[in-house]
Design a protein around this ligand. Sequence first.
Ligand code: GTP
Length: 243
Amino acid sequence: MAMLADAPSTLLPDTLPRMSVSDRIRHRLIHAQQRYHANDNISAFIRDGELDELRGDVEHRLREVLHALVIDTDKDHNTADTARRVAKMFVTELFRGRYEPAPPVTEFPNVSRLNDVMLIGPITVRSACSHHLCPIVGKAWIGVLPNAASNLIGLSKYARICDWVMSRPQIQEEAITQLADELERRVSPDGLAVVVEATHFCMHWRGVKDADSRMTNSVMRGAFLRDPALRREFLSLMRVPGR
Ligand SMILES: Nc1nc2c(ncn2[C@@H]2O[C@H](COP(=O)(O)OP(=O)(O)OP(=O)(O)O)[C@@H](O)[C@H]2O)c(=O)[nH]1
């Protein structure tokens, strides 16, 4: 984790409650020398009840953004409630992977000592790019080669973990690494492969306005990295007809 140079010296304990909730959370992060980039999960630094307060803080600041955009939110019935809606959307939907702890995942021992390749996908990917906060939409495929010591997790949990990692402002290269790290930590497989193919609305909706391009990237670890035949098996399973 990065060391933060701007860590405050000491704050009197009774100063904290008077701070805005986002300043309080930031203070805890800085004090713990914890990184808080857009795609970091900071749930361990949020106390019970503070998420609602944070939504209110974001709403308040979004009102100021709309004001700066010279939109008359007092008289315009369409935007009167936009700050509240967008704040709720950011905190509890689009970026909830920053604020909520990881989904509960039951891990089962691999009693049958399964050691065949498993492919899970396509899993729907919904994220937002860190640069413009535009949508990223695509698919992910996960390949797992378990060994006798691996943990098995329920199939739906692959999609839940993927959604948790993607529900943050991301760049695709870092998102796929975070997803692979999380799966590796939980499953401890002999090999892990993750492929993500996604379209980036910052390229369609604005900027270069290229309608069809998409980005595909992959992470290959362990046996998938060492063994070209295994890699080919995974890639051919991904291309099963009908997908
Ligand atoms: N590597 C990478 N780039 C991304 C991702 N999502 C968006 N981008 C790109 O990141 C760049 C953002 O930085 P800049 O080039 O400074 O942005 P900009 O000047 O608005 O660029 P344009 O989009 O070309 O108008 C854009 O080219 C985006 O297309 C991603 O997941 N990975």
